[in-house]
Design a binder for this molecule. Sequence first.
Ligand code: ATP
Length: 505
Amino acid sequence: MRKLAKEMAAGAGLAIAALALLSGVDFSFFLLPLSMLALGALVLQGRGSLSPRFNVNAVGTGDNSSIPKVTFDDIGGQEMAKREFLEALAFLKESERTSRLGIRPLKGVLLTGPPGTGKTLMAKAAANYTGSVFLAASGSEFVQMYAGVGANRVRQLFRQARALAEREGKSSAIIFIDEIDVLGAKRGKNASHMEYDQTLNELLTQIDGIRSDHPVQVLVVGATNRKDLLDPALLRPGRFDRIVQVDLPDKTGRLRILEIHASNKPLSHEVDLELVAAETQGFSGAHLESLLNEAAISALREGRESISQFDLREAIEKVMLGEKSNRSLQQEELERVACHEVGHAMISEHVRPGSVASITITARNQALGYIRQNPKDDQYLYTKEQLLDSIKVFAAGAVTEELIFGQRSTGAAGDIEQATELAKRMVYAGLSHLGIVSAELPKSDLHAAIVEIIKEQEESVQTFLAGKIDIIRAAAARLLEEESLSGEAFRHLIASWERSEAISS
Ligand code: ATP
């Protein structure tokens, strides 16, 4: 009980500090007493033992059980990953049937994929599905400066898992090791490799020691974003022999994740989550959860009872680009930013009509303004023409500045970087005038090819925009007034300008 109180004091101290940090509160005044409280409690907790106690998290439902509440239904998308994982769990769920068929019990499952895609959720759902106790630890917690500590912690973890299952009368335990690449990196590669190697060797020994006739079945679930770093010994059959890829969600997956996280939030009737799913290509589950949370905060700030499409649009931009910054630009700079962004938008509409979702001159993070484009459908392959069109959109900002103000500015640095990246992709995909090239292509040839691709696109953009100066000025003036224009408003503006041009000519 006293231990619990100390842990709670430490946890509360750290949680308050983290919350204050996340919510942007200036908490420097509280920092010292809070951290001393947390530190004091942690020191007390480790007192009396030679090495500090290893903190394993047994996640429970709050009813004293160590089985998590999360189920596979709480995980959106990831249908393939769920199917593969469920198959791997059959030996825990239907042990008699699988042993009758002579199936060797699985000892380890490796979940691999980008951050925030739901790997931890999957491991918890697996424990819930199989009725196993769940212990979580992170790879970085094992590896210490002193040889032997990590190996000891690995032994401790497996012992704790079995003891916990026995205490709770469960026949299985899932040990989840996040960031397993820290502890399972290729041996001999680390500076303090003795400690790393001993820790990994102990993990291999413990996995090999998992026996199917033990009253508590143990399954180790590892998670990593860097499978390429893992020691091959970990991946050989009989150890982590089931590898489940947990990828970024596709549009259907994103919609399902949005629905899951919107289920406890009031949405206005006009909200279109499908549109949000379409506009968030590249978002992980964690991004989408954060997006809905930010939208709810925006509704609260505006004094609304429910979340509107406006709140969701604001939240997408916040998650994509970060917090609004309060940099105040001079009028001349603002005009330049407005023309720059309108230039991007003009070309975006030209190469793909209907593609502009919004144009903004509100500064966020490093961006002084930005346009957001509507991806039609998730796309994994790009043709040469599509890549050239994207380069045109990137080039348009600087070209517009040159046409209107006579010279370019440093505001286009980010665009050049992205255009260069695309041009480089084209070269290595054999889509440039060089044809197929190898990785040994001399740097000077690569540079020349990139410059040529971008220059050609700039010229074509310049020819097109030179005939649109009036509408660019008009749209920029409107943007300066309103700070943000929706794609529809922008298209409407262009259409009425084109109509009046046609009448006057
Ligand atoms: P990391 O690699 O950074 O450890 P992870 O892949 O383990 O990340 P989780 O910790 O499982 O990611 O996810 C973080 C949070 O993001 C979850 O608590 C949940 O709110 C949300 N989330 C992520 N993926 C999904 C998903 N597929 N469905 C629903 N929510 C998700």
